[in-house]
Design a protein. Structure first.
Length: 98
């Protein structure tokens, strides 16, 4: 007899993981309360932890995106600073020449 697999949408998965993280209850208890397999919920929690809690020294997805944004912003600010330095230098030379 073929095994019937239930499909859970991403909102349900995220909610179940959030219950485990915020309530502090064991995965087994939350799984029983929700009527899902303990192993399934454990996999979801492990995947969430892997995605959001990287090992020490490694950046998560959000942190990598923020780092890229900050590096781009830093490069733009450095370029603006250099332009302003040159314009001030030219302004001082012009003022001194008068």
């Amino acid at each position: 007899m073929p095994e019937v697999r239930r499909k859970f949408d991403s909102d349900f998965r995220a909610g179940a993981v959030r219950i485990v993280k915020e309530s502090g209850k064991p995965i087994a208890q939350v799984a029983r309360d929700l009527g899902i397999n303990e192993g399934t919920l454990a996999n979801w929690v492990a995947r969430d932890r892997q995605r959001n809690d990287p090992p020490a020294g490694e950046l998560g997805e959000d942190e990598r995106a923020e780092l890229a944004r900050l590096r781009k912003e830093n490069a733009e600010l450095a370029m603006e600073r250099d332009v302003l330095k040159r314009s001030v230098a030219l302004w001082v030379k012009e003022a001194m020449g008068r």
